[in-house]
Design a protein around this ligand. Structure first.
Ligand SMILES: Nc1nc2c(ncn2[C@@H]2O[C@H](COP(=O)(O)OP(=O)(O)OP(=O)(O)O)[C@@H](O)[C@H]2O)c(=O)[nH]1
Ligand SMILES: [Mg+2]
Length: 194
């Protein structure tokens, strides 16, 4: 496994992810929905052939030393951007971003999409995080969440999973592997315009 971190200043520099960042995916959520945990689980589970870059402050704060001791791949296959969806934090962070993944934690309830209108509208994937807790949250309905999302015009794939227990994590990893395969075949063609 190879991963690296860049400083926020560095991360704001214009880049050509087609050349330097590989497949670039932004993970967005309100604080605490599980972005860092998912990124760590993803890096741990991805095949060692995949060189992963991470952009975001949290890992730097919590894991300084461990992550930064990894060699920085010059051309990562995959760059994951961790963000809280604040345009001031992320605007210009990576103009070549391909995919947007929004995390909604089950602990926030199934009526949250209404509070995240802008986020879910642009999402390619909505991850319903901490899903192993669903059994102990009888008031939470995945059907109701999906209805709300569709009602907001969200066309994203919806993936309930738990980065902590590994529940349904394979679905996320399979999606990533597919995206990586598509990217490898035609890095320029499948780039989305944002
Ligand atoms: N039960 C459970 N807890 C989780 C899961 N994923 C993350 N957590 C916990 O949720 C808390 C927040 O997780 P983080 O991964 O730091 O969330 P984050 O979105 O990166 O948070 P910020 O960077 O502060 O926005 C931590 O206490 C995690 O251990 C999960 O799948 N299940
Ligand atoms: Mg974090």
């Amino acid at each position: 496994m190879q991963s690296y971190l860049v400083s926020p200043a560095e991360s704001r520099a214009p880049r050509d992810p087609g050349r330097h960042g590989g497949l670039t995916i932004e993970l967005i959520s309100l604080p605490g929905a599980g972005k860092t945990t998912l990124i760590e689980a993803t890096i741990a589970r991805l095949n060692s052939r995949v060189r992963v870059g991470v952009i975001g402050n949290e890992l730097a704060a919590s894991d300084a030393g461990r992550e930064t001791s990894e060699p920085k791949p010059e051309n990562p296959d995959l760059t994951l951007i961790e963000s809280r969806g604040d345009p001031n934090d992320t605007s210009g962070i990576d103009p070549g971003k391909r995919r947007t993944v929004v995390l909604l934690s089950v602990t926030d309830g199934d009526d949250r999409p209404d509070h995240h209108l802008k986020m879910v509208a642009t999402a390619d994937v909505v991850i319903v995080s901490k899903a192993e807790l669903l059994r102990s949250l009888p008031g939470f309905s995945l059907d109701s969440l999906e209805r709300r999302l569709r009602g907001l015009g969200c066309k994203a794939m919806i993936m309930p999973l738990s980065a902590k227990s590994g529940l349904h994590l394979d679905e996320w990893l399979n999606w990533l592997e597919t995206e990586l395969a598509v990217y490898r075949q035609s890095p320029a063609d499948s780039r989305r315009d944002f």
